[in-house]
Design a protein around this ligand. Structure first.
Ligand code: SF4
Length: 199
């Protein structure tokens, strides 16, 4: 069975689902079965709330500052589980920072603006911008939903209004010109761009 909580470098991560509405060309899950201390992050069946709760209860969070919702799938594709988990961890470990790493398609996926719900539960959101324009975004992330690029930008803008620690990211495989263009796209949403190292 795949790990629900796993550690990587200094962080602890929650792998809630393998469902995703993108097929990113660079996605790590198509290269390795697991990362960090997890031999595999592929669930045979996506976990239930009881399994997630059991994993949280059994995990020693001592020394960790943050729990990041990020695994081999898009966490907002399992929105009720994500929200229930965030609520539970907040109660159990009030000092942990709760961060969502997301492709930003959660509102499009769930058919409503989910940011007000997330704002009450999370401290930080990191949204993958991935590309400097819509054409490149569609080429690189291969979204399965129509209107993904605009929906991702709208999600980012909404997050910025209600979750102060909102970031957008690209990976450093982009050319310096494309990173600069991406910086401008993020700035147009009022958000600072973070350039992540490809790993
Ligand atoms: S959104 Fe994330 S999990 Fe989904 S395909 Fe892209 S990199 Fe992989």
């Amino acid at each position: 069975m795949a790990q629900i909580l796993y550690t990587y470098k200094d962080g602890v991560y929650a792998n809630l689902t393998n469902k995703c509405n993108c097929r990113c060309t660079f996605c790590i899950r198509f290269q390795h079965d697991g990362i960090g201390d997890a031999p595999t992050l592929w669930h045979k069946v996506n976990p239930t709330w009881n399994q997630v709760k059991k994993a949280i209860d059994a995990f020693d969070f001592t020394g960790f500052q943050e729990l990041v919702f990020c695994g081999y799938g898009e966490p907002t594709c399992a929105l009720p589980l994500l929200e229930q988990t965030a609520r539970y961890v907040r109660r159990l470990h009030p000092r942990l920072n709760l961060r969502l790493n997301t492709n930003g398609l959660g509102s499009l996926e769930n058919g409503r603006d989910i940011v007000p719900e997330l704002a009450g539960l999370l401290d930080s959101v990191s949204i993958s911008l991935n590309a400097p324009d819509e054409k490149e975004y569609n080429r690189v992330t291969k979204p399965t939903l129509t209107g993904a690029y605009k929906a991702m930008l709208d999600f980012a803008k909404a997050c910025k209004k209600s979750i102060p620690d909102t970031r957008m990211t690209v990976v450093d495989v982009l050319s310096p010109e494309d990173i600069e263009k991406s910086r401008k796209v993020a700035a147009s949403c009022g958000i600072k761009l973070r350039v992540r190292k490809f790993s």
